[in-house]
Ligand binder design. Structure first.
Ligand code: UTP
Length: 290
């Protein structure tokens, strides 16, 4: 029987040091693009892709994320007294239902691989998705849905990839591929975390969207420290190459690296100008400045 992807893990335990001082008391994943926190975009993308269970790996100072995925009783009461039922509906109608969300704490931010490993008992023995909220994708069809469509045929590991400039390979996890004809799908033969441009096996970078087999936890059990002194997810993925089908999907859409100031700023512009309510006004403001 073909397996389905029902669960998604959201690692939100990182320190977000590139956004200090904003992230001193506010989780990076709660930074808004226009008027919506990054983590809400990721959860909406997962829900629109058919995900039924949402697992957050949090850390110290991340309470605002749990509060965001809860009913704001006092706010709803006030809005209701003011006759603003439409706002109450907009605040709640996208939310997962009670019992669909689980939280676990990473305790120490030892790296993305470690964060994913912390979700092992919630995921169990089934394929699952991982979404990094700071990678925001603007697309017609949700990026994760595009990946799930590939998974339904391939039944292995699927990572979303995009072509980057060779002198940027040391910022990303980079694929080694058997053969690349420039099409939508590539067969993965290896992965390297942040290789120097001269050592990079390709210029295909993995973005923060993964569909993984539960065997990844066996590889993460070793808690092996990799690039940057962190337990890297990329190393565990590389260890699975060869034993399972593994493909990269050149997804359709635009990815914004919202963990970086310029990427975050660009996302705000792109999402703002695409909005019916404020798009025109924002274009005018930008034109006036430039
Ligand atoms: P980043 O690599 O952007 O790291 O994490 P970071 O610590 O959040 O940010 P900087 O580099 O200090 O500015 C990518 C995603 O992985 C999560 C982060 O919360 C973010 O969503 N992450 C990272 C964890 O959950 N745990 C970790 O130990 C590291």
């Amino acid at each position: 029987m073909k397996k389905q992807v029902r669960k998604a893990v959201f690692p939100v335990g990182g320190l977000g040091t590139r956004f200090l001082p904003a992230t001193k008391a506010l989780p990076k994943e709660m930074l808004p693009v226009v008027d919506k926190p990054l983590i809400q975009y990721a959860v909406e993308e997962a829900a629109a892709s058919g995900i039924e269970e949402f697992i957050f790996v949090t850390g110290r100072g991340k309470h605002a994320i749990e509060d965001h995925f809860d009913v704001p009783y006092e706010l709803n009461q006030t809005l209701s007294e003011r006759g603003k039922k439409n706002i109450i509906d907009a605040l709640g109608n996208w939310m997962p239902r009670p019992g669909q969300i689980a939280y676990t704490r990473q305790m120490e931010p030892l790296g993305l691989g470690h964060a994913v490993w912390c979700a092992r008992n919630y995921v169990g023995n089934e394929p699952f998705a991982v979404l990094l909220a700071d990678d925001l994708v603007m697309s017609q069809e949700p990026c994760l849905k595009q990946m799930i469509d590939v998974f339904e045929e391939a039944q292995g590991n699927v990572v979303a990839v995009m072509d980057v400039a060779r002198d940027h390979t040391d910022r990303y996890g980079i694929l080694e591929v058997k053969h690349d004809d420039g099409g939508k799908l590539v067969q993965v033969s290896g992965l390297v975390e942040k290789p120097k441009p001269e050592d990079a096996p390709s210029t295909l970078s993995v973005i923060g969207r993964y569909i993984l087999q539960s065997e990844v936890f066996d590889h993460l059990d070793g808690q092996q420290v990799g690039a940057g002194g962190e337990i890297q997810l990329t190393d565990a993925l590389a260890a699975m190459v060869g034993s399972q089908p593994f493909c990269g999907l050149r997804f359709e859409g635009t990815r914004f690296d919202c963990g970086d100031k310029i990427g975050f700023f660009e996302a705000n512009i792109a999402f703002a100008i695409s909005r019916d309510d404020i798009g025109e006004a924002v274009r005018k403001v930008l034109t006036d400045y430039v």
